[in-house]
Design a protein around this ligand. Structure first.
Ligand SMILES: CC(C)(COP(=O)(O)OP(=O)(O)OC[C@H]1O[C@@H](n2cnc3c(N)ncnc32)[C@H](O)[C@@H]1O)[C@@H](O)C(=O)NCCC(=O)NCCS
Ligand SMILES: Nc1ncnc2c1ncn2[C@@H]1O[C@H](COP(=O)(O)OP(=O)(O)OP(=O)(O)O)[C@@H](O)[C@H]1O
Length: 199
């Protein structure tokens, strides 16, 4: 069974995927893969530098992610250009990891994909788990975690489909607006459901 774990930026996907990992589920982390495939020497790196120029690099040649983010989160066309470079490489690596986990005999695999709906990747998975938070909590946690300016944080949230829309398309909704204990209790209920549900 393949589970797509998704949600908005700073909704708590990493918090949930850490918990699932501690409970024995293998995690395929799209954000981590997206960081790996743009390292110098990888194909996507050259394409990004070709498209966005050397201004987005640090002196050591690695990508200045804050700078690239400040360009693409406020410009839909540029965001789409970056997505077209990075997403195919991410997708390939995710499928390779899935094959490895399946070969090792794992029956349930978690795909942690922030843009599961935006990138039409939901057809890769059997069930979707959405980590939901209310809008104000999402903004507060994003500001606190990233020490980002309010304008930057709002641009990032606006670059994604609203969480309310994602809610109507999810099989399981974990509301992470409250305490971690409340979230972990909801997760217990979901994994108990998996163990009973025939797939
Ligand atoms: C623009 C970049 C360099 C900014 O890097 P930064 O380290 O500041 O953020 P990070 O990668 O940790 O992403 C944080 C969150 O931002 C959101 N986000 C990232 N990319 C996008 C995007 N293209 N569209 C909408 N939201 C996005 C996701 O919720 C993600 O969890 C980076 O996000 C990137 O390369 N994005 C394109 C690849 C992508 O879509 N990644 C997301 C999953 S595949
Ligand atoms: N229930 C909670 N109560 C308080 N703080 C929380 C809770 N859940 C998560 N956080 C905090 O909110 C922030 C966002 O959580 P997390 O990093 O798990 O989100 P994410 O969805 O993985 O984010 P991103 O999309 O940017 O990768 C983190 O600083 C985390 O410690």
């Amino acid at each position: 069974m393949l589970i797509g774990l998704t949600g908005g930026i700073a909704s708590g996907k990493s918090t949930v995927s850490n918990w699932l990992s501690e409970h024995g589920y293998p995690i395929i982390d799209a954000d981590k893969i997206a960081r790996d495939v743009v390292e110098p020497g990888r194909g996507a790196y050259e394409e990004i530098v070709g498209q966005f120029g050397r201004d987005i690099l640090f002196e050591d040649g690695t990508i200045n992610r804050k700078k690239l983010g400040s360009i693409i989160f406020k410009d839909e066309k540029k965001r789409s250009e970056l997505n077209q470079i990075v997403h195919p490489a991410v997708r390939r690596e995710m499928l390779a990891q899935k094959d490895r986990y399946e070969a090792e005999g794992h029956e349930t695999i978690i795909f942690d994909i922030p843009l599961l709906f935006e990138s039409n990747l939901f057809h890769l998975v059997d069930r979707v788990m959405l980590v939901y938070v209310d809008k104000q909590t999402q903004l507060n946690r994003l500001l606190e975690r990233d020490q980002a300016g309010s304008e930057d944080a709002k641009a990032r949230i606006a670059s994604q489909l609203p969480l309310e829309d994602k809610k109507s398309r999810a099989d399981y909704i974990v509301d992470n607006s409250g305490s971690l204990e409340e979230t972990f209790q909801q997760l217990q209920n979901v994994i108990q459901h998996w163990s009973k549900e025939p797939f």
